[in-house]
Each structure stands twice: as structure tokens, then as C-alpha cells.
Design a protein around this ligand. Structure first.
Ligand code: ATP
Ligand code: MG
Length: 251
């Protein structure tokens, strides 16, 4: 398993780069206030998130559950800066990302967010190791990390394969390794063990959990699995556009 090292802090004035710097001990890694997101389809509007509030603290592992279509992936896309809310504020380590330009959000995401996408989103024209080297090179980190992480997910012998030659579970493990490659401040994981057997899934949970625990970063994980959710520090249920305070139900 890899050892996680906290990124050295450095001072900068840019708002999205400021979030790279030292962990702020007394503020949430993620904080959402009054977040709304709707989609328009023709002349109809579908309200997905409505007045949503959420905090995730340093070192915390939060599981997010809810019915299919309730807006879990939409929420992760907003926190990562891939998408923008219609209104409300989203802060990562104290800095608001809501008003950043698209380019600023891309830079912010590249440095600070690790994202295990629901459908992996591996780059098909790059080999397994090249998929990991992309975030590593963008952040000027050591190439050795790519091989360490492939070993940590049990795929060191597949480094030269292209993603379409891998099984679904193997692709999912590459996606997990890639999300961890640049030692992100926040790991967002969308059903990251849905394609894995329980033993391999547990190993991947430990790997993702270690990022949050050992460097007091944060892990926000969407899951439909009760066995996964119960291992988190908190389970939040998304329903009718908001986080509701009720006993988590998973399917
Ligand atoms: N680009 C879009 N345009 C229109 N509607 C969208 C768009 N993206 C998502 N939606 C709708 O928003 C709702 C929430 O979608 P989302 O993908 O966030 O659900 P989810 O909770 O992740 O579901 P699942 O558990 O099935 O992955 C769905 O009804 C979906 O159809
Ligand atoms: Mg989803």
C-alpha cells in the first residue's frame, strides 16, 4: 500500500490555487449552502437539487445514498467544478469555487479533486499507466507514484494495456488509482466498488479511506451498498433535492 504524504504548503494569491495549500484545520473540506440545480428539457424544468446544504470535515469519510436519479452524480459534478449550480455557494477548503471561470475550475479540479467516475471515464487512447501519469505530470509529481498505485490496486502487470482490454472491475481499479494519483485534497467516488467482488472492494475501500484518514483529507462516496455505507463515518441520504435526516436505506 502507498504511504500518503501531505503536500507541502505554499503561498499563492490565486483563489483556486489557494485551496492547494495547507489544510485549514478548523474549516470543512467541502461546504455547500443553498445549492440549487435544475435541468431544462424542452419547455420542462426538472429540479434535481434544491436548497442543499452539506459539510464534510477534514479526515472524514461520508457516504451518500439515495434512489437512482435523485441527483447524487449531479452533486459530485457540482463539487468537482465540472458543473455549476444555478444558485448557492460551494466552498472547498474555504475557497468558493462557484464564481470561478471554467478555466479556473479546471485548474482547481486538476490539483485538488480526485474523481472516481460512475462510468470510469478512462482515456481509451492511453495505456493504463499513461492514464495515471496524466494527473501526475500535470501536478509535477514523481512517475513512480503511478507504478506504486497500480501495485496497490493489484494491476501492476497491466500497466501497458489499453482500458478496453480490461474487465469492468479492472477498469474500476484503474479509475481509483488515477483518482488518487495526484494526492487530492478531496476524493469524490461515484459507486467506486460497484463492479468489484467483496474482497477486492474492501481493499479498494481501505485504500480510499487511507487518503482521508492519514492526511486528514476527505472522502465523499456515493454508494447503493449498505455494507459500504455502514463503514463510513456518516451516511447522508439525498431525497427530493436535499440531504434528509433519516435512517439510511440502501438497495
Ligand atoms: N444533462 C442533463 N440534462 C437533463 N437531465 C439530466 C442531466 N443530467 C442529469 N439529469 C437528470 O437529473 C437527475 C439526476 O441525475 P443523476 O445522474 O445525478 O442521478 P443519480 O442519483 O446519480 O442516479 P444513479 O444512482 O442512477 O446514478 C436524473 O433525473 C437525470 O435524468
Ligand atoms: Mg449516478
Amino acid at each position: 500500500m502507498c504511504q500518503w504524504h501531505q503536500t507541502a504548503s505554499h503561498v499563492t494569491t490565486s483563489p483556486w490555487r489557494a485551496t492547494i495549500t495547507a489544510m485549514e484545520p478548523d474549516q470543512p473540506v467541502v461546504s455547500l449552502r443553498g445549492v440549487d440545480r435544475s435541468y431544462r428539457e424542452g419547455d420542462r424544468t426538472r429540479v434535481v437539487l434544491h436548497g442543499l446544504d452539506l459539510d464534510v470535515q477534514p479526515g472524514e469519510w461520508v457516504a451518500l445514498v439515495g434512489r437512482s436519479g435523485c441527483g447524487k452524480s449531479t452533486l459530485l459534478n457540482l463539487i468537482s467544478g465540472i458543473d455549476r449550480p444555478d444558485s448557492g455557494d460551494i466552498r472547498v477548503n474555504g475557497s468558493s469555487i462557484t464564481r470561478l471561470t471554467e478555466r479556473e475550475r479546471t485548474l482547481f479540479r486538476r490539483r485538488n479533486i480526485g474523481f472516481v467516475y460512475q462510468f470510469f471515464n478512462l482515456i481509451p487512447t492511453l495505456t493504463v499507466v499513461e492514464n495515471l501519469l496524466l494527473p501526475i505530470e500535470l501536478n509535477r509529481l514523481d512517475h513512480a507514484r503511478a507504478y506504486e498505485l497500480l501495485a496497490a490496486v493489484g494491476l501492476e502487470d497491466r500497466h501497458a494495456s489499453f482500458p478496453d482490454r480490461l474487465s469492468g472491475g479492472e477498469q474500476q481499479r484503474v479509475a481509483i488509482a488515477r483518482a488518487l494519483a495526484h494526492d487530492p485534497l478531496l476524493l469524490l467516488a461515484d459507486e467506486p466498488t460497484g463492479n468489484l467482488d467483496s474482497t477486492t472492494g474492501d481493499q479498494m475501500l481501505r485504500l480510499m479511506e487511507s487518503l482521508a484518514r492519514t492526511t486528514r483529507r476527505a472522502l465523499l462516496m456515493v454508494t447503493h451498498s449498505y455494507d459500504v455505507a455502514r463503514q463510513a463515518d456518516r451516511v447522508l441520504t439525498l431525497e427530493n433535492g436535499r440531504i434528509v435526516n433519516k435512517q439510511a436505506e440502501t438497495d
